[in-house]
Design a protein. Structure first.
Length: 190
């Protein structure tokens, strides 16, 4: 997910009163040896009516980019985004470890933390069909939560051993830390 500040984009006013911006996105994965492994280029168009345009200027845009990584290992994902009209460029990078699930070792995915809110389907870009989110309070990309907010988290446990009744033999306990000190510990749950 990318959070895009709409003030950094140049929108063209269309004859029908809508506002349009065209963006180029380049994603490249680098292996642990620093060599490029794979890349993906996409051009997408954002076109919106006046009320959505004003909301986008206020809140920004969240763009979801699905980028498959084919083999297990350690990678760095780098993404660059360019507004084609202004030629302004922004970039982001993230280290990713893709576990080798064929080794049959217990593996925990990353943790997804979000504000607990009613589920709804985000709007999609007309060009790519990818979800585009214009309300940053409903997305995980910004990860800013107000004090007292109700949070939800999710993760996956992979390759869990099962007992004779085919149930995973695991116990989960949630613990929350602030500045290196534990401030909450939930009870262990099967």
């Amino acid at each position: 997910m990318l959070h895009i500040d709409a003030h950094d984009m140049q929108f063209k006013n269309e004859p029908d009163g809508s506002h349009k911006a065209v963006l180029d996105l380049l994603a490249i994965t680098f292996g642990d040896n620093g060599q490029a492994v794979d890349s993906d280029f996409r051009r997408f168009t954002l076109q919106m009516k006046d009320d959505e345009y004003r909301r986008t200027l206020r809140d920004g845009v969240i763009y979801v980019h699905r980028y498959p990584i084919r083999k297990p290992g350690a990678y760095q994902l780098r993404i660059a985004l360019q507004d084609t009209a202004s030629e302004q460029i922004g970039s982001a990078s993230q280290f990713i470890e893709v576990p080798d699930l064929k080794k049959d070792r217990l593996t925990l995915s990353s943790i997804l933390l979000k504000q607990d809110a009613p589920q709804h389907a985000p709007p999609t870009s007309e060009q790519s069909g990818e979800p585009v989110e214009s309300d940053p309070n409903r997305t995980t990309a910004i990860r800013t939560f107000k004090p007292g907010a109700s949070l939800a988290y999710t993760y996956q446990v992979l390759n869990a051993r099962r007992d004779s009744s085919r149930q995973p033999n695991l116990e989960v306990q949630s613990r929350l830390f602030r500045e290196g000190k534990q401030i909450y510990a939930g009870n262990p749950v099967p």
